[in-house]
Each structure stands twice: as structure tokens, then as C-alpha cells.
Design a protein around this ligand. Structure first.
Ligand code: HAM
Length: 484
């Protein structure tokens, strides 16, 4: 600190300074002081990392329950792999030349000097677990799902974080278009169950051999257009030419548009396989768009590749909600027997962003309808009960009553601490409770208790012994109205 002060003194205006100078030097000093103030006193959140706060709890709980019940109903078993893995697992399978391996891995050496990393995705880890646990001897396919955090040292922006979460499903040990279609249906249904309408972008990138033949053609084409391409794409021609098709740079778009399409280089077998996947999707009425330039950002894919986008045109061009595809060579690549497999992963932060965007849109529509004199019918509120209490003695009694209610399956909210009734009712309102139970000195003496309907303000005095029954009646009444 003394050094900084010294610097400030050196910059302070001298007697010779003109009025104009004083102003400018003074404002500079002010700015610097402001900047110093901004220095956080405590370690701050790392760039690209996010806290998940209680206000978003319902999104995260809902996503987990939806994932769990869907995956279970389609016969996927839960598999959890460690967050830290040997770095070589991902470098070999995702491929050098991909953004994830070249720029985004959280790499470090552990205390024994082993090169490890925070997992950037789940597929390679699940494939490693499949090989390590000898799952190939079990009846195939092995269908597993995973859920949890991933790490990529990406440039943070909306929908792109350095720690994010995925819901992932993998079907290992079968090469059948029905398996690809089932995975797409699970991903699509997960989003639909949460309230998101999506469209599947789909393509086939064929076998390794199909791709080798195609790449000769693609590289020749890209070289002929080299001077017009962005710097990043120029580098990719030699490093990983397929990635040029992924470029978002404006100047690359016309060249990508006119590039040879991989679909024309597919073997008959891959083409037929792809057609069958599409027939399944037609049958299942899954909306899809053929995307001849979709190649995905990881090297392990073969044949089917897909991504899911919101149906809404406004955001369609932005980040995918999820993606996946077939990876028939991956298990062999990490030391297992040749084993066909396919899977997908959905990015859960992006799902939350999209749900919030839709919620905001809905609120705007409601406001517009109200202004137009056409208010929508109010939705039936979910019953929520708050327990308010006044004074030390009532507070103690309240805690024991709340505990008894809880044990009997009646959940009520309350606020710990010596708060005024006004304060507690304000809190209850903020929590959007439908009813408040009030216990004051008088009620404590005569064994009664007040139940207040928050919407109408009507209060009912009941016997404390009958509280549980009265609350159950309220909860039931609401549920019945909802069913109607
Ligand atoms: P991916 O396309 O790299 O595929 O990621 C899947 C999804 O994870 C993306 O569509 C996106 O929603 C989300 N995601 C990726 N990076 C970020 C980030 N930096 N911030 C926020 N969300 C992100 C895979 O990970 C493959 N393992 C999918 C798969 C499974 N393929 C076969 N099986």
C-alpha cells in the first residue's frame, strides 16, 4: 500500500498546474481511487463459474427429477464417473485440433506428477468405465445416464461457462438406427417435459473411411478459397479441416455454404443407416432439420450426429441446448473391443436460460393482455403454509407444533428469530404462501390458533389439537380444485 500512495502523491497537481489541468489530473485520480475501491476484499468467484442460488432451486430440482424419471423409464441405469481423470483419456478421444483439447482443458499435474484434468465431457469417461468394468460381457446394449458438472476453459459468455452441467445418456454395444432414434427421443422428451419445444438438427458424417475420402475433397476446396477465409479457418485447414464447417465467422459463411457436402461421400451402408434413423424420427413425429454441414466439435463421432435447438426462430441460431451422435470407434480407441455406441448430452445452464427467457416472454404477454383489458384467468396457486409466532413462549411452542406437523407430512414454512408479526407476514407474502398460521400469547393461553387465508384476509380460529386436520383439509381442497 505505501508504494501506491507514493505514486498518487507523485501524480498530484503542482502549483504550476493550470485550472484545466487540475480538472483532468483530479478526475484521473478519482478514477484510480474508484478502481482501487473495486478491488474485492475477499477472493471473488472465478471467471466463467456460477453459484446456483436458492431462487433457481426449482429449475435444478425439476431438471434432475425429469432426467431421473425419463432415463429410468427408458431403461438407462445411473453411472457416475469421477470429475478428475487422466488427461490422455480426453486428448486421445476428443482429438488434437478440437477446441476442447487445444484450448479448453483444465489440465494439471497431481502430486505424483501424473497429468490429470477436470472432465470436459462424460462420454469418454463412461467409455472408460465400460472397458474398466468389463461391461462387454454383460447383455448388450448397456444403457447408462450421467448427471453433473463439466469443465472447459472456454471464453465466458451467455450460455458458455467454465463449469457447467450436463444430463448425458449413452447406449453402448449396439449399432441400430432404433438406438440413435431412442436417444434423440429421450433428449427431445426431456426438453419437452420441462416445457421447451425444440427441433433436432441432424446429419450423418459416415464412417472413418467415408470421412477420409471426403476430407481430400474438402481440403482441396478450402485451399482454393484460402485467401478469403478467416485466420482461424486458415489454421484449421491443416489442423482439423472439418472444424472449418463449424466456423461462426461472417467472412467464412459463403465459402462454407458452397463447400462439398459430406452426405455425398457416404457409403451405401452409412446412407441407408441414416435414412432408417430419419424414418424412425418421422414415425415418432420428432421435428428435425437436415443440416448437411453439422459435424460436431469432437473427433470421436461416426455416422449420425445431431443437436437440439429451441423451436423459436429468435434464438435458433444461438448455442445448441444439447447434442450427440454415434461413436463406433471410441471404445476400441481406449483399449476395449470394437464396440458400437451412441449418446447425447444436454447443457443444463442453457436449458435454464431458455426456460427463463420463455417465462419472461409469458409475463410480457400477460401484461399486454391486462393492458388490453383482457386479463388471463389467474392460475390456481399451489398451497403453501407459513407459521407465524409472537413472543418467546409462542416461538418455542410453534417450533414443537411445526415439528409435529412435519412428522405427520404437513410441511409449513417459518422464520427463525424474534420478528414482529408485520415482518413475518411480509416474509410470508414474499414467499407467496396461501395460508398463515398465527400463534400469539392469547392463543398460547387458550389452546387455540389462527389460520389466515392470505388472499381474502379471512381468519379462522381453531383448536390447536385440530390444526393438523384443518391444514390437511386446506391442502386437499387446493389439490381438488387443481384436478378439476
Ligand atoms: P457437446 O456438444 O460438447 O457434446 O456438449 C453438449 C452440450 O453441453 C452443448 O450442446 C451445450 O448445451 C453444453 N455445453 C458445452 N459446453 C458448454 C459450456 N462451456 N458452457 C455451458 N454449456 C456447455 C458433448 O459433451 C458430448 N459428450 C455429447 C455426447 C454424449 N456425444 C455422445 N454422447
Amino acid at each position: 500500500m505505501p508504494v501506491k500512495n507514493k505514486k498518487k502523491v507523485a501524480k498530484a497537481p503542482t502549483k504550476k498546474t493550470t485550472a484545466k489541468n487540475v480538472k483532468s489530473v483530479g478526475s484521473k485520480t478519482k478514477k484510480k481511487e474508484g478502481a482501487e475501491k473495486k478491488q474485492p476484499k475477499y477472493p471473488s468467484l472465478l471467471r466463467g463459474m456460477k453459484d446456483i442460488l436458492p431462487k433457481d432451486e426449482s429449475y435444478w430440482k425439476n431438471m434432475y427429477h425429469t432426467a431421473e424419471s425419463l432415463a429410468t423409464s427408458y431403461g438407462f441405469g445411473y453411472l457416475e464417473t469421477p470429475i478428475v481423470e487422466e488427461a490422455s483419456l480426453f486428448i486421445r478421444t476428443l482429438g488434437k485440433g478440437t477446441d476442447v483439447v487445444d484450448k479448453e482443458m483444465y489440465l494439471f499435474e497431481d502430486r505424483e506428477g501424473k497429468k490429470v484434468c477436470l472432465r470436459p465431457e462424460m462420454t469418454a469417461s463412461i467409455a472408460r468405465a465400460y472397458v474398466a468394468h468389463g461391461m462387454h460381457v454383460m447383455p448388450q446394449p448397456i444403457k447408462v445416464w450421467g448427471y453433473g458438472p463439466l469443465f472447459r476453459y472456454d471464453r465466458p459468455q451467455a450460455g458458455r461457462y467454465r463449469q457447467f452441467h450436463q444430463f448425458d445418456c449413452e447406449t453402448i454395444g449396439v449399432h441400430d438406427p432404433g438406438a440413435d432414434a431412442e436417444l434423440i427421443v429421450v433428449a427431445y422428451n426431456f426438453l419437452r417435459d420441462l416445457g421447451l419445444e425444440t427441433v433436432v438438427h441432424i446429419n450423418s458424417i459416415g464412417t472413418q473411411e467415408d470421412r477420409s475420402r471426403y476430407l481430400v475433397e474438402l481440403v482441396a476446396y478450402l485451399r482454393s478459397k484460402r485467401s478469403q477465409l478467416s485466420e482461424e479457418s486458415k489454421l484449421r485447414i491443416t489442423k482439423n479441416p472439418l472444424r472449418v464447417l463449424d466456423s461462426k465467422e461472417e467472412q467464412d459463411q459463403a465459402i462454407i455454404e458452397a463447400a462439398p457436402q459430406i452426405i455425398d461421400w457416404l457409403s451405401d451402408e452409412s446412407r441407408n443407416y441414416f435414412m432408417k434413423v430419419l424414418e424412425y424420427l418421422d414415425e415418432l413425429e420428432i421435428p428435425y432439420l437436415l443440416q448437411p454441414r453439422l459435424v460436431r466439435g469432437l473427433d470421436y463421432y461416426t455416422d449420425t450426429v445431431f443437436e437440439l435447438y429451441p423451436l423459436d426462430e429468435e434464438v435458433r441460431s444461438q448455442n445448441a441446448l444439447g447434442g450427440g451422435g454415434r461413436y463406433n470407434g471410441l471404445i476400441e480407441q481406449i483399449g476395449g473391443q470394437p464396440t458400437p455406441a451412441a449418446g447425447f448430452a444436454l447443457g443444463l445452464e442453457r436449458v435454464v436460460l431458455e426456460l427463463k427467457r420463455l417465462e419472461e416472454k409469458k409475463q410480457v404477454a400477460i401484461q399486454e393482455a391486462i393492458q388490453a383489458g383482457n386479463p388471463p384467468e389467474a392460475p390456481v396457486p399451489t398451497p403453501k403454509i407459513f407459521f407465524a409466532h409472537l413472543g418467546d413462549q409462542a416461538s418455542r411452542r410453534a417450533l414443537s407444533l411445526i415439528e409435529k406437523l412435519r412428522r405427520d407430512g404437513v410441511v409449513v414454512l417459518h422464520r427463525i428469530g424474534n420478528n414482529s408479526l408485520k415482518n413475518q407476514l411480509e416474509f410470508a407474502n414474499k414467499q407467496q404462501v396461501t395460508h398463515t398460521v398465527i400463534l400469539g400469547q392469547k392463543e398460547l393461553q387458550d389452546g387455540s390458533i389462527i389460520i389466515r387465508d392470505m388472499a381474502s384476509g379471512i381468519q379462522e380460529i381453531v383448536d390447536q389439537k385440530k390444526l393438523k386436520r384443518e391444514l390437511e383439509k386446506i391442502l386437499q381442497r387446493f389439490t381438488m380444485t387443481e384436478i378439476k
